[in-house]
Design a protein around this ligand. Structure first.
Ligand code: TXA
Ligand code: MG
Length: 310
């Protein structure tokens, strides 16, 4: 922990656990550290990053607060909720992708909180994966992503498993930019109004159509079609993530039936499937319903770039 704080203060990168996924941390106030961050992730520079805070006392350094933000922070911080707010003067375009808003979040993971509070200020921390790939939920995942070239604070497996919910409260009405563990109903209950869901311009890379993707072609298959599709594939080269075991012998991972458990294991499961030397990955389409929104969103993006041939 002490070494991590020192390295961050020297403008180096340190990956750390949060309750959602591991983040790749950099001093949010250092242009050199942010340069290194974009380079290491291979991330396009116009894509903004989230500033992580150990306490809301630091918020004023980055963002203009408002009543919606106050209410949401009170209800959900520390926790898996990112707020998009108007940035204060002087906040670098490197953090905001040139927009006049900035993303801020206070994670609840004890290791993240200790790191942030010892460091002070704020840490820019995108998910600790190379751009477009599967987010890491263990320290070992981070090691694999950057071939051991980035220091990692190991805090075990992330309990939430998918990235924070992002809500933009910088405009005329609150807009959900990325679904996560905290649902629109929960947000709307606190704000006392409905939450619009963004369907428009790509402001967040996590909202690109193809993201969180394995290298192996991956496809969603509705439960009712699974048997039919499995009869067509080369079983020795196919992986399956589904609630029930298949009748064929193939690389099978059991999907959890409760949405929060499913989310917790999602990225680790995708990584296992991706690393198994398969030709294709089949994923049983998860159930409908608000509690499944974050999982369905990530699975849609993980499978988006692949063309079905059968
Ligand atoms: O759970 C999380 O949020 C994780 C952990 C490490 O905290 N972090 C994370 O960061 O997912 P990243 O960089 O992989 O995704 C951050 C998302 C991106 O989609 C980014 O475009 C969006 O937040 N974002 C950041 N600032 C924004 C802004 N000013 N306006 C709109 N979107 C913003
Ligand atoms: Mg990410």
């Amino acid at each position: 922990m002490q070494k991590a704080v020192e390295e961050l203060a020297q403008g180096k990168l340190v990956a750390f656990p949060t309750e959602t996924v591991y983040g790749l941390g950099a001093d949010a106030a250092s242009p050199q550290a942010l340069d290194r961050l974009y380079q290491t992730k291979g991330r396009p520079r116009n894509h903004p990053v989230i500033v992580h805070l150990g306490s809301s006392q630091w918020l004023g350094k980055w963002a203009h607060c408002n009543d919606w933000a106050e209410a949401l922070m009170e209800a959900f911080w520390p926790g898996p909720l990112t707020l998009i707010l108007k940035r204060v003067e002087g906040v670098s375009d490197q953090l905001t992708g040139g927009q006049d808003s900035v993303g801020v979040r206070m994670p609840s993971h004890p290791v993240a909180l200790e790191l942030l509070n010892r460091f002070g200020g704020g840490l820019a921390a995108p998910s600790a994966n190379r751009f477009g790939r599967i987010s890491p939920t263990t320290a070992a995942h981070v090691e694999t992503e950057f071939q051991g070239k980035v220091a990692v604070l190991d805090g075990g497996a992330c309990p939430v498993g998918v990235e924070s919910t992002i809500i933009d409260v910088s405009g005329e009405e609150p807009v959900l930019l990325r679904p996560g563990h905290i649902t629109p109903s929960q947000l709307s209950q606190v704000l006392g109004r409905p939450i619009a869901v963004s369907g428009g311009a790509v402001r967040a890379p996590g909202t690109l159509e193809s993201h969180y993707a394995p290298s192996t072609p991956a496809f969603l298959v509705p439960s009712a079609r699974l048997a039919e599709v499995l009869a067509l594939v080369e079983t020795a080269k196919t992986g399956l993530l589904s609630a029930d075991p298949p009748s064929q012998e193939l690389f099978w991972l059991q999907a959890q039936t409760e949405p929060r458990n499913y989310a917790r294991e999602l990225y680790a499961n995708l990584r296992l499937l991706d690393g198994a030397g398969l030709k294709e990955i089949l994923i049983e389409t998860p159930p409908q319903g608000e509690a499944w929104t974050a999982v369905s969103d990530r699975l849609a993006r993980a499978t988006q770039g692949f063309k079905e041939t059968k």
